[in-house]
Design a protein around this ligand. Structure first.
Ligand SMILES: Nc1ncnc2c1ncn2[C@@H]1O[C@H](COP(=O)(O)OP(=O)(O)OP(=O)(O)O)[C@@H](O)[C@H]1O
Ligand SMILES: [Mg+2]
Length: 270
């Protein structure tokens, strides 16, 4: 039969014989990439809807917090008046103290929610990293003393000058330290180390507490994730936003021996 075909037709047939398997291979590869892309789109859609959901939850929470703030201030005012009036009656004074302490806790939660929902614009200024960390420790003193926790700090020699919003950073370290005080048993220990080179400052805060549970490990910085009965789940989410606004990084993992370690890295040139 080949005898009846012209040279040109034979050439075309050979060309097709070579081309068709290549086309089939290419089409299979395209099909595979298409499937991969579709899986990626589904993943991105899920991520987007998670982010939208979080944004909506954040907005709702901020509205509720905002509405709670004013009546709470009124309750605080009248409770303080009551506290003064009942100061001489030991039983009643105990009750009013408890009411006022609960109001302070609620106030802190409301402030956390409002600051989480708001814009984070650090006021960068020169500050000493070791002073910032010491200030955070001072703010956590009551919690540290209550559990008789031993705190060991190891700072690089000399001042550790950085450019940052010192109050925001104080809050970051305070939140991490408070978590550590909640994770350890009585007489537990917390170790804080800070070092600096030309490019970055790093601070690690480790504790010998219960360690990060499996369900918490990939949700540490997710707003409202908590496994504490009295937690809001905003401490690390706020810390993450603040460090992000400083163009740094924050991570938490378990220590191989015991407990957890949180590391904050801050670039020195903003
Ligand atoms: N040092 C730690 N050891 C073990 N688990 C921790 C530690 N720090 C954080 N976690 C886990 O991460 C979760 C989230 O922490 P985060 O500080 O954001 O919220 P919270 O402490 O639960 O509540 P809040 O800080 O708002 O009072 C905690 O509930 C806990 O499960
Ligand atoms: Mg916390």
């Amino acid at each position: 039969m080949n005898e009846n075909l012209s040279g040109k037709q034979l050439e075309d047939i050979n060309f097709l014989k070579e081309t068709i398997p290549v086309l089939i291979r290419t089409s299979t590869e395209l099909e595979k990439s298409n499937q991969l892309l579709q899986a990626k789109v589904v993943g991105l859609e899920k991520e987007l809807s998670r982010k939208n959901r979080l944004a909506v939850i954040g907005e709702m929470a901020a509205c509720v917090a905002h509405e709670i703030r004013n009546p709470l201030a009124t309750i605080e005012l009248y409770s303080s008046m009551l506290q003064r009036r009942l100061a001489d009656d030991a039983d009643s004074a105990g009750v009013t103290d408890k009411i006022i302490s609960a109001i302070h806790t609620l106030n802190a939660t409301v402030e956390d929610i409002l600051s989480f929902a708001g814009e984070i614009n650090p006021a960068f200024a020169p500050c000493d990293l070791r002073a910032v960390i010491n200030e955070s420790l001072a703010l956590a003193a009551r919690h540290i003393e209550n559990k008789n926790i031993s705190v060991v700090t190891k700072f690089q020699d000399g001042r550790m000058d950085i450019s940052a919003d010192q109050y925001m950073l104080q809050r970051v370290f305070l939140n991490i330290i408070l978590n550590a005080t909640q994770a350890v048993d009585k007489n537990g220990s917390i170790a804080i180390a800070a070092t600096m080179d030309n490019a970055k400052a790093s601070v690690s805060i480790s504790d010998n507490g219960c360690g990060i549970s499996a369900d918490a490990s990939d949700k540490l910085f997710t707003p409202f994730f908590t496994n504490k009965s009295k937690g809001t789940g905003l401490g690390l989410a706020i810390a993450h936003r603040i460090i992000e606004a400083h163009k740094g990084s924050i991570e938490g993992r378990n220590n191989p021996e015991k407990g957890a370690v949180f590391t904050v890295i801050l670039p020195l040139k903003n």
